[in-house]
Ligand binder design. Structure first.
Ligand SMILES: NC(=O)c1ccc[n+]([C@@H]2O[C@H](COP(=O)([O-])OP(=O)(O)OC[C@H]3O[C@@H](n4cnc5c(N)ncnc54)[C@H](O)[C@@H]3O)[C@@H](O)[C@H]2O)c1
Length: 307
């Protein structure tokens, strides 16, 4: 994309979990737009392989492997960006894992692992990056990663939906805290064919065909479901990393296939008032005719292939 309007020449980015999947697509696209990229992944081979691929495409990248979560990893990533490339402008906190299980079977360890990688990993990395960006004094871009499961809830994903919803909540708070330092903070809500989604029955045959011989994903997936390849999600990250997104902050932005979307933030939709306040009896009597009239829906609608 270098030479096009969105140009990141001279910018320095960190992408966590960039060894494969969406993170690799983000790191490659940032490098293609001219940024120098610190590629992090818990999987050392994936991180070094990604750097080799980016270099092969003419991009500038270094690997800094390690598991995000602890602040020591976060600090190391920022130190590497500065020692290697002299500064830090962009952070994408993409690293993630799943440990799906119904609530009544989920272990403490499954809960803690997911919360540690996604939620603590986002907190520690953003804190370290924002400290550096504030010291530099010329703004920055923070892009965190949510999920439809966090926005809407999803069966079997207590740990994941909690962490992803909390990440978007942090982005709202950080956008307010960082705006005076000209640091824009936004959440991307991607949907793409990766190791994380390839087991979903409705998607699997199409993902297999795309991986096998590049067969394009069908229209009902790309536009209808907003589901595409990791590369489809990368343009949004490059935009949010660039000068063109100045003033865009505190947003949760959906991307997948042919669909770009803006998510709402939670807000009160219906209000009822009663002189003297609401006793349990008063709520019970009027629930169905007041705020209970149109309850909110939950869950991510399942994809429906055409008949
Ligand atoms: N694929 C989707 O449709 C989808 C939808 C919503 C959100 N997301 C989110 O996008 C992000 C990337 O997902 P993906 O589908 O590309 O997954 P993926 O499994 O293909 O890639 C995730 C990468 O993160 C790395 N990783 C795991 N734990 C790590 C840690 N502690 N530190 C550093 N790296 C670590 C893995 O080694 C892997 O390379 C995740 O945060 C995920 O929750 C994905």
């Amino acid at each position: 994309m270098k030479g096009d309007k969105v140009d990141l020449t001279g910018r320095v980015a960190i992408v966590t979990g960039a060894g494969r999947g969406l993170g690799f697509a983000y790191a490659s696209a940032l490098a293609a737009a001219g940024a120098s990229v610190v590629v992090n992944d818990a999987d050392v081979g994936a991180a070094t392989g990604a750097v080799a691929q980016i270099a092969g495409m003419g991009g500038k990248a270094v690997a800094e492997p390690g598991a995000v979560g602890p602040s020591t990893t976060a600090d190391r990533l920022v130190e590497r960006a500065v020692s290697e490339f002299g500064r830090l402008d962009i952070l994408v906190t993409n690293a993630g894992v799943l440990r799906d299980r119904m609530l009544w079977r989920m272990s403490d360890d499954e809960f803690d692992t997911v919360v540690d990688v996604h939620l603590r990993g986002t907190f520690t990395c953003v804190r370290a990056a924002v400290k550096r960006m504030r010291e530099q004094g010329d703004g920055g871009r923070v892009i965190v990663v949510g999920s439809p499961a966090g926005q809407r809830g999803n069966v079997g994903q207590t740990n994941y939906s909690a962490a992803k919803a909390a990440i978007v909540a942090m982005a709202r708070t950080w956008s307010m805290e960082c705006v005076r330092a000209d640091i824009m903070v936004n959440a991307v809500i991607p949907v793409a064919a990766t190791a994380m989604t390839s087991t979903m029955p409705a998607f699997a045959p199409h993902i297999e065909a795309w991986q096998r011989d590049g067969t394009p994903l069908p229209e009902w997936l790309r536009a209808g479901e907003g589901f595409g390849t990791p590369e489809d999600a990368a343009g949004l990250v490059v935009f949010l990393a660039s000068a063109d997104s100045a003033g865009v902050t505190g947003q949760a932005i959906g991307i997948g296939g042919d669909r770009l979307s803006l998510w709402t933030h939670p807000e009160e939709t219906t209000m009822s008032y009663r002189d003297g306040g609401w006793s349990a009896d008063a709520i019970a009597t009027s629930w169905a005719s007041t705020i209970g009239r149109s309850p909110q829906t939950v869950g991510v609608p399942m994809p429906v292939p055409p008949a």
